[in-house]
Design a protein. Structure first.
Length: 347
């Protein structure tokens, strides 16, 4: 059976010409979770010709309440493989390109340059700013969304005078762990679902050259009371489109800051002091058997660590520990982060 686009082609802004434009389009989706699920569903349903999928994670049972393209029987399998199958079930005419690796400074620019638009469906600031900087350097549009519990925000970057990038508003990236993500702060499934749906809508508007693309605006939505607010988000005056006065290259992380280990015992065997930086509530619920210093206390007083000893920081997912390790390294402390966090060890 062939896909039927007749209902959307009835819209005067689309028609056969718009449908042909969608069929030629290439969209990169970074993150295949709560935001990425509806983005994939609606872009595939609309007939976008090629979808690039970027995600290095495997499905966890805790994902399912906000990632409805997956099933309980899929737990443990790579998300890029599951998402490719989901897109194929919705629309087999869509070409899918999978990239089952973490987006980093070595691959981001090349990937984003090979697509017409990038959709940020990540859940950490490191990736969001990496996408932003690569999109600016590649002169490619990007659609951003961030979610925190019952609220979130949307922003569109395009390489033209009306669109600000993330660094126009927030020049320095917020360290992951300072603001919680879904895994650490909690989230109700429909919230990222709603924002992902809006990202799909904005992406289609850009591809179809429709009006109303959040030009020089930031959209804030709060689902505790269904309030909305649009804020002006102008491009910096010194940034002459499509160039940026501040972004020159992609920032690379220290090569050895993240460590892949099979157990915490392996870290101790290497002479590392293992520090659990989770909250007291997290440690009580799932003890890890490591010395506990909450992240806020550690960053406020690094003197709590043993002097002249390398440390391995651990948290639930590896995001807070990476941010903390980066901060400690700025203070001359040899800190590392457990890649993937305690969940990678089955904790």
């Amino acid at each position: 059976m062939q896909p039927d686009y007749s209902r959307q082609q009835l819209l005067k802004e689309i028609g056969a010409k718009g449908q042909a434009a969608l069929a030629r389009a290439r969209v990169l989706v970074v993150g295949l979770g709560g935001l990425g699920s509806p983005v994939l569903q609606y872009l595939a349903g609309a007939g976008v010709g090629c979808l690039g999928l970027v995600d290095a994670d495997s499905l966890d049972a805790s994902n399912l309440h906000r990632q409805p393209i997956y099933a309980l029987s899929d737990v443990g399998r790579p998300k890029v493989d599951l998402a490719r199958a989901a897109v194929g079930a919705i629309n087999p005419s869509v070409r899918v390109e999978t990239h089952g690796a973490r987006l980093d400074a070595d691959n981001a620019l090349e990937l984003i340059r090979s697509y017409d638009i990038v959709v940020d469906c990540s859940d950490n600031f490191r990736t969001k700013y990496l996408i932003n900087d690569a999109a600016v350097l590649a002169h490619k549009p990007a659609v951003f969304a961030s979610v925190y519990q019952y609220e979130g925000q949307l922003q569109v970057y395009k390489p033209d005078p009306k669109h600000a990038c993330l660094r126009c508003l927030w020049p320095d990236a917020v360290a992951d762990g300072v603001v919680g993500n879904c895994a650490e702060a909690g989230v109700l499934g429909p919230v990222p679902g709603a924002f992902g749906t809006l990202q799909a809508m904005l992406s289609l508007k850009i591809l179809l050259q429709m009006s109303g693309q959040l030009e020089d605006e930031l959209l804030l939505l709060d689902f505790t009371n269904f309030s909305s607010l649009k804020l002006k988000a102008p491009r910096r005056a010194e940034c002459v489109a499509p160039a940026c006065a501040h972004i020159r290259e992609l920032t690379r992380e220290d090569a050895d800051i993240e460590m892949v280990l099979g157990s915490l015992a392996a870290a101790a065997e290497r002479g590392l002091e293992v520090i659990d930086i989770r909250t007291a509530e997290e440690v009580a619920a799932r003890p890890a058997g490591a010395r506990h210093i909450p992240m806020a206390d550690l960053l406020a007083n690094p003197g709590l660590l043993e002097p002249a000893r390398d440390v391995l920081l651990v948290c639930a997912t590896g995001r807070r520990s990476l941010a903390a390790a980066q901060q400690l390294r700025k203070r001359g402390i040899a800190a590392h982060s457990l890649s993937g966090g305690l969940q990678s060890l089955g904790h």
